[in-house]
Design a protein around this ligand. Structure first.
Ligand SMILES: *[C@@H]1O[C@H](CO)[C@@H](O)[C@H](O)[C@H]1NC(C)=O
Ligand SMILES: *[C@@H]1O[C@H](CO)[C@@H](O)[C@H](O)[C@H]1NC(C)=O
Ligand SMILES: *[C@@H]1O[C@H](CO)[C@@H](O)[C@H](O)[C@H]1NC(C)=O
Ligand SMILES: *[C@@H]1O[C@H](CO)[C@@H](O)[C@H](O)[C@H]1NC(C)=O
Ligand SMILES: *[C@@H]1O[C@H](CO)[C@@H](O)[C@H](O)[C@H]1NC(C)=O
Ligand SMILES: *[C@@H]1O[C@H](CO)[C@@H](O)[C@H](O)[C@H]1NC(C)=O
Ligand SMILES: [Ca+2]
Length: 553
């Protein structure tokens, strides 16, 4: 769709940028605007490297780079829910809001001329008849007519222009656009659309043009695309990307450097335009500007002819091409990076830890290439350090400030208190796992290669978090039981408290209350408290078989 060199970056097929049916003049101005936009913005960062001459002959120079925008509708997987929402099975008659009494149109899934399957939202019409997906009619009113359209790419993408959804017979009065950044595991709202935002979502109505630099990534509800204007007058619902760009790039996106600078410095700005999946939740169809008319429900349904998603592959500024491989888009990574999004360094190029390329400094940015192990004085740090240092007196080069809990000359070992995850590569950020040894139960913070800690007497478990049988957990660790319910019973009516001491009846003493208070003897006489101090207990101790227990104290 795009060419390189000369008048670079002009779209050959400008139709991919225009959607729905627009008048010739509107289309022309749209195309002119886009050409302007395209020449200004899209030639930047479109090459990862070029051959330049130097004193030593031609050498490569490397730049931050990104793939060109594409019509991502051509690569998306569409799914519509609930099952049976697509019209035509069984065949059904319908009419339109503008022709409500001519209910002679028919949707029939078994007849190719009368079928309206989901793929008609992404086909190239090439000036032929408009083709569209259509739902069943709202014959179940007042049950809501709900439909979800999920769009999946299995690839991180970055929006470069407005998402445009074209509704053939009127735009929904309530809908939500949602996105996922993690291939559909979690979702977040992207924009709310309603003819009455307060009523539908409890949100004040906003317009993107009211947003400023401080709140451009705010999720808003807009009424701009949901009010009835006649189904022919305006068919498109937009998610405004260009207008958000102009907040930083100025009118007509004349100052793209302003935008790119913000992309680097403003937290969350790049992520705001990034997604792997989109979902349209259609919550109420077009009503023709009035209330639902129960006597004619055949004119209420959804019909979408096109979903335009202009975006580029997210390649972290490490690729200028993105191609279909085994059914999914993937970046053709340069700068010795790899992965679908070029988000890792290639094997053997991990002297420094991976970084995305940067738009700055203008105009070529910084490639932040991955360095071959060996280029920094033969020092491989497995991506855990960006710095090496030469230690003069022992004549070695060593990595400095190893991250990710690693240590060693090449950051090849785990720090004290961590152990190696054997299923992870040495360059994995999570290669070192915390030992997590129980402070009370273990001798030290170290653990063996499988994460087992070394336990003090009486403790057990992988992290020494439990007490062995015959021991009881106290605030100081595991202590041998003084008394229990089986072998070390408190005697003469004494009660065992937490296995650590017997509380004796007034006339008894001893560790197990085994001893009648020794009458007349000094030290025992006045002991009428429920238990005795350790010293008193010891002075009265006779039973030699209890010495074992006492020693343990
Ligand atoms: C649409 O998706 C949302 C979120 O998963 C779900 O709660 C809702 O039931 C779906 N609606 C339909 C009609 O399938
Ligand atoms: C964004 O900020 C501007 C002023 O900085 C304010 O007028 C506008 O209402 C805010 N928009 C939203 C959606 O909060
Ligand atoms: C990547 O590695 C190759 C050697 O395999 C080298 O020729 C090339 O210059 C490197 N590219 C970058 C951007 O460092
Ligand atoms: C998604 O892409 C990854 C590689 O990027 C691939 O391994 C995987 O099979 C793809 N999944 C689907 C469902 O296409
Ligand atoms: C060990 O590494 C593998 C591979 O990276 C990872 O899937 C696993 O979760 C890691 N295990 C732990 C306990 O972190
Ligand atoms: C680590 O310690 C546990 C428990 O003592 C033992 O079973 C295991 O074999 C040890 N693993 C290694 C690799 O030494
Ligand atoms: Ca179509």
């Amino acid at each position: 769709m795009w060419t390189d060199g000369g008048i670079a970056c002009l779209p050959l097929d400008s139709r991919s940028w225009t959607m729905g049916v627009v008048s010739t003049s509107a289309m022309l101005s749209h195309v002119l605007f886009l050409l302007h936009f395209v020449t200004l913005t899209l030639c930047q960062y479109d090459n990862c490297k070029s051959l330049v001459s130097s004193d030593d002959g031609p050498t490569w120079e490397f730049y931050a780079c990104q793939p060109k925008p594409m019509a991502m509708k051509l690569f998306m997987q569409i799914r519509v829910d609930p099952p049976g929402i697509t019209c035509g099975n069984p065949p059904e008659r319908f009419c339109t809001l503008e022709n409500p009494y001519m209910c002679s149109d028919e949707c029939d899934a078994s007849n190719p001329d009368l079928a309206h399957p989901p793929q008609l939202m992404q086909d190239r019409e090439r000036g032929g008849p408009i083709t569209y997906w259509q739902t069943v009619t709202w014959s179940r009113f007042p049950e809501p007519l709900l439909a979800n359209i999920s769009l999946a790419w299995n690839k991180s993408l970055e929006l470069t222009d407005d998402i445009q959804v074209t509704f053939e017979y009127g735009r929904p009065t309530i809908m939500v656009l949602e996105k996922s950044l993690d291939k559909g595991r979690t979702w977040q709202p992207y924009q709310f659309y309603a003819d009455d935002c307060m009523d539908a979502f409890g949100m004040p109505a906003k317009r993107v043009r009211d947003l400023s630099a401080a709140n451009v990534t705010r999720v808003i509800c807009t009424e701009q695309y949901s009010r009835w204007v006649g189904s022919k007058n305006d068919k498109v619902v937009r998610f405004e990307v260009t207008q958000r760009f102009t907040v930083f790039a100025g009118p007509n996106l004349r100052n793209m450097d302003g935008l790119y600078t913000r992309m680097e410095s403003m937290k969350g700005l790049r992520d705001f335009f990034t997604f792997t999946n989109l979902r349209l939740r259609l919550l109420r169809p077009a009503l023709g500007g009035t209330y639902v008319q129960r006597e004619n429900l055949l004119k209420y349904f959804y019909a979408i002819s096109n979903i335009e998603v202009p975006a580029r592959c997210k390649c972290n500024l490490h690729a200028d091409q993105c191609t279909l491989q085994e059914g999914s888009l993937q970046c053709d990574c340069e700068h010795n990076t790899t992965g679908p999004d070029c988000s890792r360094c290639q094997r053997g190029f991990k002297a420094k830890s991976w970084k995305p390329g940067s738009y700055l400094p203008s105009p070529n940015g910084s490639p932040n290439t991955c360095e071959a192990a060996g280029t920094l004085g033969n020092c491989e740090c497995y991506g855990h350090s960006n710095r090496c240092s030469y230690i003069d007196f022992i004549n070695i080069v060593t990595c400095v400030s190893c991250k990710h809990n690693t240590r060693g000359q090449n950051c090849q070992y785990c720090r004290l208190g961590y152990f190696r995850n054997i299923s992870a590569e040495l360059d994995d950020e999570n290669v070192c796992i915390e030992c997590n040894c129980n402070q009370l139960g273990s001798l030290h913070a170290r653990c063996n290669e499988t994460g087992f800690c070394q336990c003090k007497d009486g403790s057990t478990g992988p992290k020494c978090e439990d007490c062995q049988p015959g021991y009881t957990a106290t605030r100081q660790g595991c202590y041998p039981n003084v008394c229990d319910d089986e072998l070390l019973l408190c005697q003469n009516g004494g009660t065992c408290i937490q296995n650590q001491r017997c509380v004796c009846l007034p006339e008894y003493s001893g560790v197990l209350c085994q001893q009648l208070l020794c009458e007349g003897e000094k030290g025992c006489n006045g002991a009428s408290v429920s238990y005795l101090s350790l010293a008193a207990t010891l002075s009265c101790l006779l039973a030699s078989n209890l010495l074992r227990v006492v020693n343990a104290w």
